[in-house]
Design a protein around this ligand. Structure first.
Ligand code: LLP
Length: 430
């Protein structure tokens, strides 16, 4: 049989009517590992990280672990020289274990526990402080242990990122950050507190941003604050502008690249820092851009039902990919075992969860779908597995990493025992 091969998205191909990722046939992967299955293309992770590094050669790139904290991915990025934005002790623990140097980790979060602050102090991790309360708690903890905690403040720059409201994080009404008008006074207070050494400033305005103008506005507003903070004698070693660069989930959707991001902010950042006579390191914290398009979620068709619509019932639901239910987000669908067959009908891909909102994709034109077919949801690498749950008594699925046609299991499939693993029965219920 002749081998017909063409590209479907940058790093996904079709060969003999099958979807191919990292030169591996998705139908074979589904046979070998079962479904549902997350499949990540190793080379694509590196390509995406390299694109950021090349666009910002002088900046430090701190990968946002929340996007996908699978250990193999953290390890790969650690080897590439990435730092990490972590949002919990769990992410910190994994980032350190993956080999990311402690000096290249920023502990973010709007509601850290004392335990988390103690760990940051003990391990010498920089903290992005989100409130005055947190500042006081950290000062006490660091002072007690005779150490100085290096900190930044997370600033709320009040910028609209022009994205989904649930993932806008730098609006005035958002729960994150110190309001701009309080920034100078809190740096002043911090510089006088025991155990606290302010050395950076931080913000993050949101995610899935498809227009670079909010990034530029953020730099403008942040540099206005930097100027005031420097004026009161604070030495800023770093300015962390967060991230939020979006990706084209829909075919042909215009999306900026890391180079566009760099072109939008670097000239202004350079101009403003030079004018102030300072040379802080620029930090960026991309998550989605690094991992989103590296991964597909493979799910098997259990049922096809003709009702008011054609419902395709698959074995993955919002327990494994919550983005469509939570943000109405779009993930492109390919029938992985009929990847080049012509579309025949319109289908809605429904998960197995007992909720009306458990729809993974609405009204898609697809080849004829039948029981046993394999559906691939594309661009599922960011906030996919990392937001999964065991809802409805569904053990989480496996993850595999593919490279040059070979595959490795990087997370085993959970089984029903995992549903009970941490549960205990009081003696009276035995
Ligand atoms: N830095 C901070 C402080 C953040 O809060 C975030 C994301 C990032 C970096 C990474 O942003 P990215 O480059 O990935 O846009 N679950 C949502 C996205 C939530 C983003 C939360 N913060 C989704 O699935 O769209």
């Amino acid at each position: 049989m002749c081998c017909v091969m063409f590209m479907i998205k940058d790093h996904l191909e079709i060969r003999n009517n099958h979807l191919i990722i990292g030169s591996a046939d998705t139908a074979e992967l589904a046979e070998q590992y079962g479904t549902p299955l997350y499949v990540t293309n190793e080379s694509r992770v590196i390509e995406n990280f390299s694109a950021y590094r090349e666009a910002f050669p002088e900046a430090d790139i701190y990968y946002a672990a929340k996007a996908n904290a699978s250990f193999a991915i953290l390890r790969m990025l650690s080897r590439e020289g990435a730092g990490a934005d972590v949002f919990s002790y769990g992410e910190l623990y994994m980032a350190l274990l993956a080999g990311i140097p402690r000096k290249k980790i920023l502990f973010n979060g709007n509601s850290k526990t004392d335990f988390e602050l103690e760990k940051a102090v003990e391990l010498g991790i920089r903290v992005s402080v989100d409130s005055q309360d947190e500042l006081h708690a950290l000062s006490k903890i660091a002072d007690k242990s005779g150490k100085a905690a290096e900190i930044a403040f997370r600033v709320n720059p009040d910028v609209s990122p022009k994205t989904h409201p649930k993932i806008s994080t730098g609006l005035r009404t958002s729960k994150f950050g110190i309001p701009s008008e309080e920034v100078v006074s809190i740096y002043r207070e911090a510089s006088e507190l025991p155990g606290i050494s302010p050395c950076g400033i931080h913000c993050h305005i949101g995610s899935q941003i498809l227009d670079t103008s909010p990034f530029k506005e953020t730099v403008q507003k942040m540099m206005d604050l930097v100027e005031k903070v420097v004026e009161i004698g604070i030495h800023l070693e770093f300015v962390d502008m967060g991230s939020g660069l979006g990706i084209p989930y829909k075919k042909g959707e215009p999306a900026p690249t890391p180079q566009d991001h760099a072109d939008a902010i670097l000239p202004l950042f350079k101009e403003r820092t030079e004018a102030l006579g300072i040379s802080p390191v620029l930090i960026l914290e991309p998550g989605r851009y690094i991992v989103a398009d590296t991964t597909i979620l493979l799910t098997r068709v259990n049922t096809v039902k003709k009702a008011v619509k054609n419902f395709v019932g698959v074995d993955a639901g919002f327990n494994l990919l919550i983005r469509p239910a939570m943000y109405d987000s779009y993930h492109h669908v390919v029938v992985a075992n009929k990847a080049s067959s012509p579309p025949e009908d319109i289908y809605t891909i429904a998960g197995p969860i007992c909720e009306t909102g458990d729809i993974l994709a609405k009204d898609r034109e697809l080849p004829r779908v039948e029981k046993g077919d394999l559906i691939a949801l594309l661009d599922a690498g960011a906030y996919g597995f990392s937001m999964s749950s065991q809802y409805n008594g569904r053990p989480r699925c496996a993850e595999v990493l593919v490279k040059n046609g070979a595959s490795d299991l990087i997370r085993s499939r959970e089984d029903v025992e995992d549903l009970l693993a941490k549960q205990r029965l009081p003696a009276r219920l035995m």
